[in-house]
Design a protein. Structure first.
Length: 165
């Protein structure tokens, strides 16, 4: 896909709603060659998906060896709305707690006092983190109203061809 096509998909209202959610599913290939798919908090900064993890997370050696990833952000209601993104993970080791980590966890309901306690606990636990940054190289929005999975789109086209023959 070219950047313009990706930007068009990601700028759609439904995509923007999905990009404002709390969790994505990060799919990658583990060091043993088997697939993994893990839920992880994220934030969208307008051009990149940013996730944060511990410096000792098992996914990090796998992402260093093979940075190709796929992300799924979706809803639970029927019909689901699904945003599929592919890209390459860039790893950025940082001292302290990245602002994105505090931001992505800021959407949970906490009183101001709980927030202070939570942030103090986080700062006491982590001496640093790793930012996993994914710039989309491919994107597809499936809303089951204006867009469908490609296999279903193919079936719809074939049905229309049969009807018009």
């Amino acid at each position: 896909m070219i950047p313009y096509e990706i930007a068009e998909i990601l700028s759609r209202p439904i995509s923007q709603e999905l990009l404002a959610r709390d969790l994505t599913r990060l799919a990658y290939i583990a060091k043993d060659g088997t697939p993994r798919n893990v839920p992880i908090a994220f934030t969208w900064n307008g051009s990149e998906i940013v996730m944060c993890t511990t410096k000792n997370a098992p996914k990090l050696p796998a992402l260093r060896a093979n940075p190709a990833v796929a992300l799924t952000i979706d809803t639970e209601a029927h019909p689901p709305k699904i945003l599929l993104i592919r890209g390459r993970a860039e790893l950025d080791v940082v001292d302290g707690i990245p602002d994105e980590y505090l931001q992505m966890n800021g959407s949970y309901q906490m009183t101001p006092e709980q927030r202070v306690e939570w942030e103090a606990e986080v700062r006491s636990l982590y001496d640093g983190m790793v930012r996993i940054v994914v710039t989309p190289t491919w994107a597809k929005l499936i809303d089951f109203e204006t867009t469908l999975p490609s296999a279903v789109e193919e079936l719809v086209r074939a049905r229309e061809e049969r009807r018009s023959a």
